[in-house]
Design a protein around this ligand. Structure first.
Ligand code: PRX
Length: 594
């Protein structure tokens, strides 16, 4: 029986959703939570994978592609691609092996090898998947750039990564990269996908692929060789490149089995874009290591289109995000109930808090609850989840996966204290040791080391644990913004705003939004000689949109005579937010007199 300590922060307690065994049409992978946890070891989990032939190490692309292509799954569809304009293209595991081998050979021919960084800027097109896995196959490092980024975030990330290759489309190149080319010193090769205009200093990927050998022997790969570089944001400073290694595949594989309940023959749809880590860990790698068929939809969200995909493609396991679920809720459950979702077995969600209403709405619309799970770019894979066979507690992120030890802690100077008592809010911390743990922030050791104390990795999230071991998200400990599931660093936005000639200072916050969770809101103080006006407000919004892209730019902007700062000159975003929301201002004793 749950005690009072199991109350979430809001104090509301939605009834848990229990799922009778009679509802199981396949037996879930994780039935006995305690026993599985007790018996689990990462060493054993490693045995579910092959390793490179001849004991030459562990390579993600071998586990995801080549080993299946060499066996009974060769002709199984690995990726079923649905284009924006209604085309359908299927890549079997054998096709994927050939495509990724050709891509790896293209890299070899360009002199790109072990540890070299290959960036991709593309929508959800098959070539993106081929480039990602072909890069990894070659022992190079794949770094995705979200296609809705503007030139500024693209430039920053390519330069931090020191990427040597960029794979993109002619349209994205022209719109976002061409003008920057002179300020991307590391970038040697731009490979364009798809026919169209040719640009100076670019190559046609299709032609290179056609001329490349279709066979490729994966070079020896140490499990600790770097495979992926994923950018994420903090409150201050530049984006951080979280470094992930080939061994991460052990966690991708095992966590998908537990938290997404993958079974043979599943048709899986992860709606996340590979520009973000969910779209690579679970949109590319995990379903392939399990030999499943993945749906890849090129188009943006559209409720009717999504219902058609779920129904007609007979999706069995669906991994999506709260913003999308809230958009579906807005269209009403009737539209969902009119469809035949008999194939759909497991619904899951990640990336932002999932409202208890949304969990229950799953039952109303699909006959099944959404299973919330939690993780971060840094953790590389799912850490906490509501499982298929366990009761779902609406509003809770669930319980730590086998192999994952979580705790609620309090920072005291440079040390931490573990809070054992249930119900008490603190920072969510994890004991390092799982294979998909990030190994560094690229070229930023100080920031990396700051994430650890007393044998724990500190997540920057505030949470509480109930007396049954379920974790409840409370909020972020820092000022990063979550908008439509995307993590945005306020500093990146402020830095662009202050480059406008009219702007003296800028402060950026996440303003609560019923659909997107938060929207980016900017406050600016103008330089002498400039007056606030509607025209200037629009100009500033347009300026940031062009530079940062739609995914990152502010949606709202207000003028202020000054931006509150503390005596150390740090922008007090919390105060800006409190004032915006009419909340108590808290401790303002360090506020700089203005
Ligand atoms: O604040 C947490 C929130 O998203 C952050 C991680 O974002 P990102 O690095 O972009 O990771 C993407 C992969 C999921 C977390 O620190 N977050 C993630 N999942 C949840 C969540 N907040 C509440 N509930 C969740 N289930």
């Amino acid at each position: 029986m749950a005690s009072d300590a199991s109350l979430p922060a809001s104090g509301t307690r939605w009834p848990a959703i229990t799922k009778p065994r009679s509802d199981w049409n396949v037996v879930p992978n994780l039935v006995d939570y305690d026993r599985t946890r007790a018996a689990f070891s990462w060493e054993n989990a490693r045995r579910d994978l092959d390793g490179l032939p001849g004991g030459r190490g562990l390579n993600i692309a071998h586990e995801a592609v080549d080993r299946h292509a060499a066996g009974r799954l060769a002709t199984r569809v690995a990726i079923r691609w649905l284009s924006k304009d209604g085309q359908r293209r299927e890549l079997t595991y054998a096709d994927l092996r050939e495509g990724t081998s050709r891509f790896a050979n293209v890299l070899q021919a360009l002199g790109i090898g072990n540890g070299d960084i290959v960036a991709a800027l593309a929508g959800r097109i098959p070539e993106l998947y081929i480039a990602a896995l072909g890069t990894i196959k070659n022992g190079s490092v794949f770094t995705p750039l979200f296609s809705a980024f503007g030139p500024e975030p693209i430039q920053t990330r390519i330069n931090i990564a020191k990427a040597r290759v960029l794979v993109t489309t002619p349209a994205l190149y022209q719109k976002k990269v061409e003008a920057l080319r002179g300020s991307l010193p590391s970038l040697e090769h731009v490979l364009l996908v798809g026919a169209g205009a040719s640009f100076a200093g670019t190559r046609d990927l299709a032609a290179l692929m056609a001329g490349a050998d279709s066979q490729f022997v994966i070079p020896p790969t140490d499990p600790n060789d770097v495979a992926l570089l994923h950018f994420t944001s903090g409150t201050t400073g530049k984006p951080k490149g979280a470094v992930h290694v080939h061994e991460a595949v052990v966690a991708h594989h095992a966590t998908a089995r537990f938290a997404l309940d993958f079974h043979d023959d599943d048709i899986f749809w992860c709606t996340a874009d590979p520009g973000w880590i969910t779209g690579t860990s679970y949109g590319i790698i995990a379903p392939l290591t399990h030999g499943l068929t993945s749906i890849v939809d090129e188009a943006d969200f559209d409720a009717e289109r999504w219902y058609t995909i779920l129904e007609k493609e007979r999706v069995t396991v669906w991994y999506t995000a709260p913003t999308a679920i809230r958009m579906l809720i807005r269209t009403g459950a009737a539209a969902a109930r009119a469809r035949d979702f008999r194939s759909l077995r497991f619904l899951s969600s990640v990336g932002e808090p999932l409202n208890p209403e949304a969990v229950r709405w799953g039952v109303e619309a699909f006959g099944r609850p959404f299973h919330d799970n939690w993780w971060q770019t840094e953790t590389g894979g799912i850490m906490i989840a509501n499982f298929a066979a366990s009761e779902v507690r609406p509003g809770s992120m669930g319980r730590p996966l086998p192999g994952i030890d979580a705790a609620i802690v309090r920072r005291v100077d440079n040390r931490i204290e573990v809070i054992d008592e249930p119900g008490i809010q603190g920072e969510l911390a994890l004991k390092p040791g799982w294979p998909s743990m990030f190994r560094a922030y690229l070229s930023d050791d100080v920031r990396y080391r700051r994430c650890f104390a007393d044998g724990y990795y500190l997540t920057g999230d505030l949470a509480r644990r109930d007396s049954d071991g379920y974790y409840w998200f409370v909020g972020r400990a820092d000022d990063v913004i979550k908008s439509s599931g995307h993590l945005i660093g306020p500093f990146e936005v402020e830095s662009v705003l202050v480059e406008h000639p009219a702007v003296a200072e800028a402060g950026v916050i996440g303003k609560p939004d019923p659909i997107a969770l938060e929207i980016v809101k900017a406050f600016v103080a103008l330089k002498p000689g400039f007056e606030p006006s509607e025209t200037l407000r629009r100009e500033l919004l347009a300026f940031t949109r062009v530079r940062l892209g739609a995914a990152v730019a502010p949606k709202e902007l207000d003028f202020r005579p000054s931006i509150p700062k503390n005596r150390a000159g740090k922008i007090m975003r919390r105060l800006l937010k409190a004032r915006e929301l009419g909340l108590p201002e808290g401790d303002t004793s360090t506020l700089e007199a203005s």
